[in-house]
Design a protein around this ligand. Structure first.
Ligand code: 5GP
Ligand code: MN
Length: 352
Protein backbone atom coordinates (compact mmCIF):
# COMPACT_ATOMS: atom_id res chain seq x y z
CA UNK A 1 0.00 0.00 0.00
CA UNK A 2 1.21 3.51 -0.75
CA UNK A 3 2.40 5.49 2.24
CA UNK A 4 2.64 8.83 0.47
CA UNK A 5 5.21 11.20 1.93
CA UNK A 6 3.47 14.06 0.11
CA UNK A 7 0.17 15.30 1.43
CA UNK A 8 -2.69 17.00 -0.36
CA UNK A 9 -1.46 20.25 1.21
CA UNK A 10 2.07 19.77 -0.20
CA UNK A 11 0.71 19.79 -3.74
CA UNK A 12 -2.08 22.33 -3.24
CA UNK A 13 -0.05 25.28 -4.59
CA UNK A 14 0.88 23.38 -7.71
CA UNK A 15 -2.76 22.35 -8.15
CA UNK A 16 -3.73 26.05 -8.10
CA UNK A 17 -0.99 26.93 -10.59
CA UNK A 18 -2.31 24.22 -12.89
CA UNK A 19 -5.63 26.10 -13.04
CA UNK A 20 -4.18 29.25 -14.59
CA UNK A 21 -0.63 28.61 -15.79
CA UNK A 22 0.00 27.80 -19.46
CA UNK A 23 3.76 27.98 -19.93
CA UNK A 24 5.95 25.55 -18.01
CA UNK A 25 9.72 25.26 -18.22
CA UNK A 26 11.17 22.08 -16.72
CA UNK A 27 14.82 22.25 -15.67
CA UNK A 28 17.40 19.90 -14.22
CA UNK A 29 21.12 19.76 -13.50
CA UNK A 30 24.32 19.82 -15.56
CA UNK A 31 25.40 16.47 -17.01
CA UNK A 32 21.89 15.06 -16.58
CA UNK A 33 21.74 11.49 -15.31
CA UNK A 34 18.86 9.02 -15.53
CA UNK A 35 17.06 10.55 -12.57
CA UNK A 36 17.33 14.09 -13.91
CA UNK A 37 16.20 13.05 -17.38
CA UNK A 38 13.51 10.67 -16.10
CA UNK A 39 11.95 13.23 -13.76
CA UNK A 40 12.05 16.00 -16.36
CA UNK A 41 10.53 13.84 -19.09
CA UNK A 42 7.87 12.41 -16.76
CA UNK A 43 6.86 15.99 -15.91
CA UNK A 44 6.95 17.00 -19.61
CA UNK A 45 4.71 14.14 -20.70
CA UNK A 46 2.33 14.76 -17.80
CA UNK A 47 2.01 18.51 -18.47
CA UNK A 48 1.53 18.00 -22.19
CA UNK A 49 -1.20 15.48 -21.48
CA UNK A 50 -2.88 18.18 -19.39
CA UNK A 51 -2.78 20.50 -22.40
CA UNK A 52 0.04 22.70 -21.11
CA UNK A 53 2.71 24.37 -23.15
CA UNK A 54 5.73 22.64 -21.58
CA UNK A 55 9.40 22.37 -22.49
CA UNK A 56 12.41 20.65 -20.93
CA UNK A 57 15.44 22.97 -20.87
CA UNK A 58 18.67 21.48 -19.57
CA UNK A 59 22.14 23.03 -19.23
CA UNK A 60 23.55 20.33 -21.54
CA UNK A 61 22.42 17.23 -23.40
CA UNK A 62 21.67 13.64 -22.44
CA UNK A 63 24.15 10.80 -22.81
CA UNK A 64 23.26 8.41 -25.64
CA UNK A 65 21.88 5.70 -23.35
CA UNK A 66 19.13 8.05 -22.12
CA UNK A 67 18.01 9.23 -25.54
CA UNK A 68 15.62 6.28 -25.72
CA UNK A 69 13.36 7.83 -23.05
CA UNK A 70 9.91 9.04 -24.19
CA UNK A 71 10.09 12.58 -25.69
CA UNK A 72 13.87 12.83 -25.05
CA UNK A 73 14.21 14.20 -28.58
CA UNK A 74 12.23 17.30 -27.56
CA UNK A 75 14.75 18.44 -24.93
CA UNK A 76 16.49 21.74 -25.65
CA UNK A 77 19.85 22.63 -24.10
CA UNK A 78 21.46 25.84 -22.92
CA UNK A 79 24.85 25.03 -24.44
CA UNK A 80 23.20 25.17 -27.89
CA UNK A 81 20.28 27.60 -27.48
CA UNK A 82 21.05 29.99 -24.60
CA UNK A 83 18.97 32.91 -25.94
CA UNK A 84 15.91 30.80 -26.59
CA UNK A 85 16.08 29.26 -23.12
CA UNK A 86 16.61 32.63 -21.41
CA UNK A 87 13.50 33.90 -23.19
CA UNK A 88 11.47 30.85 -22.19
CA UNK A 89 12.58 31.27 -18.55
CA UNK A 90 11.65 34.98 -18.64
CA UNK A 91 8.18 34.25 -20.03
CA UNK A 92 7.40 31.11 -18.04
CA UNK A 93 4.43 30.95 -15.68
CA UNK A 94 5.92 28.02 -13.75
CA UNK A 95 9.47 26.67 -13.60
CA UNK A 96 9.99 23.14 -12.33
CA UNK A 97 13.40 22.51 -10.74
CA UNK A 98 13.90 18.77 -10.67
CA UNK A 99 16.68 16.68 -9.12
CA UNK A 100 18.82 19.55 -7.86
CA UNK A 101 18.97 21.56 -4.67
CA UNK A 102 21.44 24.35 -5.50
CA UNK A 103 21.01 26.98 -8.21
CA UNK A 104 24.65 26.59 -9.32
CA UNK A 105 23.78 23.11 -10.62
CA UNK A 106 22.04 24.61 -13.68
CA UNK A 107 25.21 26.41 -14.83
CA UNK A 108 24.54 29.37 -17.13
CA UNK A 109 20.77 29.04 -16.79
CA UNK A 110 20.94 30.23 -13.17
CA UNK A 111 20.56 33.99 -13.73
CA UNK A 112 17.38 33.98 -15.83
CA UNK A 113 15.93 31.17 -13.73
CA UNK A 114 16.48 33.12 -10.51
CA UNK A 115 15.20 36.44 -11.84
CA UNK A 116 12.21 35.05 -13.74
CA UNK A 117 8.88 36.08 -12.24
CA UNK A 118 7.60 32.54 -12.75
CA UNK A 119 6.41 30.48 -9.79
CA UNK A 120 9.00 27.84 -8.99
CA UNK A 121 8.69 24.36 -7.62
CA UNK A 122 11.58 22.14 -6.52
CA UNK A 123 11.06 18.39 -6.53
CA UNK A 124 14.22 16.72 -5.28
CA UNK A 125 15.91 14.24 -2.98
CA UNK A 126 19.24 15.93 -2.20
CA UNK A 127 19.81 17.04 1.39
CA UNK A 128 19.89 20.77 2.23
CA UNK A 129 17.60 22.34 -0.42
CA UNK A 130 18.49 25.92 -1.33
CA UNK A 131 15.90 28.71 -0.88
CA UNK A 132 15.14 29.59 -4.52
CA UNK A 133 11.69 28.06 -5.03
CA UNK A 134 8.16 29.02 -3.91
CA UNK A 135 7.34 25.38 -3.23
CA UNK A 136 10.06 22.96 -2.11
CA UNK A 137 9.28 19.26 -2.09
CA UNK A 138 12.59 17.86 -0.87
CA UNK A 139 12.72 14.23 0.25
CA UNK A 140 16.25 12.96 0.94
CA UNK A 141 14.75 9.70 2.21
CA UNK A 142 13.63 8.89 -1.34
CA UNK A 143 15.85 6.81 -3.60
CA UNK A 144 15.48 9.27 -6.42
CA UNK A 145 13.65 12.35 -7.60
CA UNK A 146 11.64 10.01 -9.81
CA UNK A 147 10.35 8.24 -6.71
CA UNK A 148 9.24 11.66 -5.42
CA UNK A 149 7.60 12.26 -8.83
CA UNK A 150 5.58 9.07 -8.33
CA UNK A 151 4.36 10.34 -4.94
CA UNK A 152 3.73 13.77 -6.46
CA UNK A 153 1.45 12.45 -9.21
CA UNK A 154 -0.36 10.23 -6.69
CA UNK A 155 -0.84 13.17 -4.30
CA UNK A 156 -2.28 15.20 -7.17
CA UNK A 157 -4.77 12.39 -7.68
CA UNK A 158 -3.50 11.86 -11.21
CA UNK A 159 -2.17 8.30 -11.05
CA UNK A 160 -5.18 6.93 -12.94
CA UNK A 161 -4.33 8.95 -16.06
CA UNK A 162 -0.56 8.34 -15.97
CA UNK A 163 0.54 6.71 -19.22
CA UNK A 164 3.10 3.99 -19.86
CA UNK A 165 5.44 6.67 -21.23
CA UNK A 166 5.33 8.67 -18.01
CA UNK A 167 5.75 5.49 -15.96
CA UNK A 168 8.78 4.52 -18.05
CA UNK A 169 10.47 7.87 -17.37
CA UNK A 170 9.86 7.47 -13.65
CA UNK A 171 11.17 3.91 -13.73
CA UNK A 172 14.35 5.05 -15.50
CA UNK A 173 15.24 7.45 -12.68
CA UNK A 174 14.46 5.00 -9.89
CA UNK A 175 16.53 2.39 -11.67
CA UNK A 176 19.59 4.52 -12.39
CA UNK A 177 19.81 6.20 -8.97
CA UNK A 178 19.79 2.78 -7.29
CA UNK A 179 22.20 1.06 -9.71
CA UNK A 180 19.42 -1.18 -11.03
CA UNK A 181 17.85 -1.54 -7.55
CA UNK A 182 21.11 -2.76 -5.98
CA UNK A 183 21.82 0.08 -3.52
CA UNK A 184 19.82 2.70 -1.65
CA UNK A 185 16.80 0.57 -2.42
CA UNK A 186 15.87 -1.32 0.76
CA UNK A 187 12.45 0.23 0.77
CA UNK A 188 9.17 -1.57 0.33
CA UNK A 189 7.69 1.77 -0.79
CA UNK A 190 10.16 1.92 -3.66
CA UNK A 191 9.11 -1.54 -4.76
CA UNK A 192 5.46 -0.66 -4.34
CA UNK A 193 6.03 2.26 -6.70
CA UNK A 194 7.87 -0.06 -9.09
CA UNK A 195 4.94 -2.49 -9.05
CA UNK A 196 2.60 0.35 -10.03
CA UNK A 197 4.90 1.31 -12.91
CA UNK A 198 4.92 -2.27 -14.17
CA UNK A 199 1.13 -2.28 -13.97
CA UNK A 200 1.18 0.73 -16.29
CA UNK A 201 2.95 -1.45 -18.85
CA UNK A 202 6.62 -0.65 -18.22
CA UNK A 203 8.96 -3.47 -19.29
CA UNK A 204 11.51 -3.04 -16.50
CA UNK A 205 13.88 -5.70 -17.82
CA UNK A 206 13.95 -4.24 -21.33
CA UNK A 207 14.48 -0.75 -19.92
CA UNK A 208 17.38 -2.05 -17.79
CA UNK A 209 19.03 -3.50 -20.87
CA UNK A 210 18.51 -0.35 -22.90
CA UNK A 211 20.04 1.81 -20.17
CA UNK A 212 22.79 -0.34 -18.70
CA UNK A 213 23.73 -2.62 -21.58
CA UNK A 214 23.99 -0.21 -24.45
CA UNK A 215 27.70 0.59 -24.31
CA UNK A 216 29.80 1.20 -27.37
CA UNK A 217 32.67 -1.18 -28.08
CA UNK A 218 35.04 1.68 -27.25
CA UNK A 219 33.47 2.20 -23.85
CA UNK A 220 33.95 -1.45 -22.95
CA UNK A 221 37.59 -1.35 -24.08
CA UNK A 222 38.11 1.84 -22.07
CA UNK A 223 36.77 0.02 -19.01
CA UNK A 224 39.40 -2.68 -19.54
CA UNK A 225 42.14 -0.05 -19.75
CA UNK A 226 40.87 1.78 -16.67
CA UNK A 227 40.72 -1.33 -14.51
CA UNK A 228 44.07 -2.74 -15.53
CA UNK A 229 46.13 0.46 -15.89
CA UNK A 230 44.43 3.31 -14.07
CA UNK A 231 42.81 2.08 -10.88
CA UNK A 232 44.91 2.82 -7.80
CA UNK A 233 43.80 0.79 -4.78
CA UNK A 234 44.57 2.39 -1.42
CA UNK A 235 44.21 -0.51 0.96
CA UNK A 236 45.18 1.54 4.03
CA UNK A 237 41.99 3.59 3.68
CA UNK A 238 39.77 1.04 1.90
CA UNK A 239 39.60 3.40 -1.07
CA UNK A 240 40.37 3.47 -4.78
CA UNK A 241 41.11 6.27 -7.22
CA UNK A 242 40.76 6.37 -11.01
CA UNK A 243 41.84 9.31 -13.17
CA UNK A 244 41.25 9.85 -16.89
CA UNK A 245 42.76 12.70 -18.87
CA UNK A 246 41.26 14.15 -22.03
CA UNK A 247 44.00 12.43 -24.01
CA UNK A 248 43.07 9.04 -22.60
CA UNK A 249 39.36 9.70 -23.21
CA UNK A 250 40.15 10.67 -26.81
CA UNK A 251 42.08 7.46 -27.33
CA UNK A 252 38.80 5.59 -26.81
CA UNK A 253 36.72 8.17 -28.74
CA UNK A 254 34.83 8.74 -25.53
CA UNK A 255 31.53 10.61 -25.86
CA UNK A 256 29.15 12.02 -23.29
CA UNK A 257 28.06 9.42 -20.76
CA UNK A 258 30.81 6.95 -21.66
CA UNK A 259 32.38 7.25 -18.21
CA UNK A 260 29.06 6.67 -16.40
CA UNK A 261 29.34 3.83 -13.88
CA UNK A 262 33.15 3.64 -13.87
CA UNK A 263 33.29 5.19 -10.39
CA UNK A 264 31.21 2.32 -9.01
CA UNK A 265 33.52 -0.43 -10.23
CA UNK A 266 36.20 -0.34 -7.50
CA UNK A 267 33.44 -0.94 -4.93
CA UNK A 268 33.21 -4.48 -6.35
CA UNK A 269 36.54 -5.22 -4.63
CA UNK A 270 36.05 -6.86 -1.28
CA UNK A 271 36.81 -4.37 1.50
CA UNK A 272 36.78 -1.23 -0.68
CA UNK A 273 34.17 1.23 0.60
CA UNK A 274 35.23 4.52 -0.98
CA UNK A 275 35.81 5.26 -4.64
CA UNK A 276 36.93 8.42 -6.43
CA UNK A 277 36.94 9.09 -10.16
CA UNK A 278 38.48 12.20 -11.71
CA UNK A 279 37.77 13.03 -15.36
CA UNK A 280 39.33 15.90 -17.26
CA UNK A 281 36.60 18.05 -18.79
CA UNK A 282 38.57 20.03 -21.36
CA UNK A 283 35.50 21.90 -22.65
CA UNK A 284 34.76 23.36 -19.24
CA UNK A 285 38.45 23.62 -18.33
CA UNK A 286 38.17 21.66 -15.10
CA UNK A 287 38.39 18.25 -13.50
CA UNK A 288 35.03 16.63 -12.79
CA UNK A 289 34.97 14.69 -9.53
CA UNK A 290 32.73 11.68 -8.83
CA UNK A 291 32.73 9.99 -5.43
CA UNK A 292 30.95 6.86 -4.19
CA UNK A 293 30.89 5.14 -0.82
CA UNK A 294 29.27 2.22 0.95
CA UNK A 295 27.27 2.25 4.20
CA UNK A 296 27.55 5.39 6.29
CA UNK A 297 30.90 6.64 4.89
CA UNK A 298 30.02 10.26 3.99
CA UNK A 299 31.61 10.86 0.58
CA UNK A 300 29.51 14.05 0.22
CA UNK A 301 31.52 15.66 3.03
CA UNK A 302 34.72 15.19 1.07
CA UNK A 303 33.02 16.56 -2.06
CA UNK A 304 31.82 19.70 -0.31
CA UNK A 305 34.95 20.37 1.77
CA UNK A 306 37.55 19.82 -0.93
CA UNK A 307 35.82 20.03 -4.31
CA UNK A 308 33.10 22.73 -4.09
CA UNK A 309 30.49 20.03 -4.53
CA UNK A 310 28.01 17.96 -2.61
CA UNK A 311 25.38 15.31 -3.12
CA UNK A 312 24.26 12.25 -1.24
CA UNK A 313 26.11 10.36 1.47
CA UNK A 314 26.95 7.52 -0.92
CA UNK A 315 27.07 9.36 -4.24
CA UNK A 316 28.48 12.83 -4.58
CA UNK A 317 30.58 14.97 -6.86
CA UNK A 318 32.30 18.25 -7.38
CA UNK A 319 34.74 20.17 -9.54
CA UNK A 320 38.38 21.17 -9.42
CA UNK A 321 40.00 24.04 -11.31
CA UNK A 322 43.60 23.06 -12.01
CA UNK A 323 45.65 20.20 -13.40
CA UNK A 324 44.98 16.53 -12.80
CA UNK A 325 48.18 16.31 -10.73
CA UNK A 326 47.03 19.14 -8.47
CA UNK A 327 43.61 17.53 -8.15
CA UNK A 328 45.11 14.18 -7.11
CA UNK A 329 47.27 16.01 -4.56
CA UNK A 330 44.17 17.60 -3.01
CA UNK A 331 42.57 14.17 -2.80
CA UNK A 332 45.55 12.65 -0.97
CA UNK A 333 45.59 15.66 1.34
CA UNK A 334 41.89 15.10 2.04
CA UNK A 335 42.50 11.43 2.85
CA UNK A 336 45.38 12.47 5.12
CA UNK A 337 43.10 14.96 6.89
CA UNK A 338 40.42 12.30 7.20
CA UNK A 339 42.92 9.95 8.88
CA UNK A 340 43.04 12.41 11.78
CA UNK A 341 39.26 12.91 11.97
CA UNK A 342 37.30 12.13 15.14
CA UNK A 343 34.12 11.39 13.20
CA UNK A 344 33.53 7.61 13.48
CA UNK A 345 31.79 7.47 10.08
CA UNK A 346 34.99 8.86 8.54
CA UNK A 347 37.43 7.00 10.81
CA UNK A 348 35.99 3.61 9.86
CA UNK A 349 37.76 3.57 6.49
CA UNK A 350 41.11 3.44 8.34
CA UNK A 351 40.02 0.79 10.84
CA UNK A 352 41.37 -2.66 10.21
P1 5GP B 1 27.94 11.88 -10.51
O1 5GP B 1 29.13 11.31 -9.85
O2 5GP B 1 27.02 10.81 -11.00
O3 5GP B 1 28.26 12.95 -11.51
O4 5GP B 1 27.13 12.65 -9.37
C1 5GP B 1 26.62 11.97 -8.27
C2 5GP B 1 25.83 12.93 -7.42
O5 5GP B 1 26.73 13.90 -6.88
C3 5GP B 1 24.81 13.74 -8.16
O6 5GP B 1 23.56 13.12 -8.14
C4 5GP B 1 24.77 15.04 -7.40
O7 5GP B 1 23.95 14.87 -6.27
C5 5GP B 1 26.17 15.17 -6.86
N1 5GP B 1 27.06 16.07 -7.63
C6 5GP B 1 27.80 15.73 -8.71
N2 5GP B 1 28.52 16.78 -9.13
C7 5GP B 1 28.23 17.81 -8.29
C8 5GP B 1 28.66 19.17 -8.21
O8 5GP B 1 29.49 19.65 -8.99
N3 5GP B 1 28.12 19.92 -7.21
C9 5GP B 1 27.22 19.40 -6.32
N4 5GP B 1 26.73 20.21 -5.36
N5 5GP B 1 26.80 18.14 -6.38
C10 5GP B 1 27.28 17.34 -7.34
MN1 MN C 1 18.83 11.94 -8.33
Amino acid sequence: MLNNFLSDEDVSQFRIWMDWADNFVITSHLSPDGDAAGAALAMLNYLRMKGKNAVVALPDGLPVFLKCLPSAGDIITFDRQPDRINELLDKADVICCLDYNAIGRVGGMATHLLYSKARKIMIDHHPFPGPFCDVTLSHPEASSTCEVMFHFLCALGEWEIVTRQIAECICAGMMTDTGGFTYNSNSSQLFFALSQLIDKGVDKDALYRRIFHSYSENRLRMTGYVLSEKMVVLRNCRAALITLTRKELDRFHSTKGDTEGIVNMPLQISGIVFSAFFREDAERGLIKISLRSVGDVPCNLLASEYFHGGGHRNASGGEFKGTMEECVKVFYQAIDDWSRSDDPSIRQIFDK
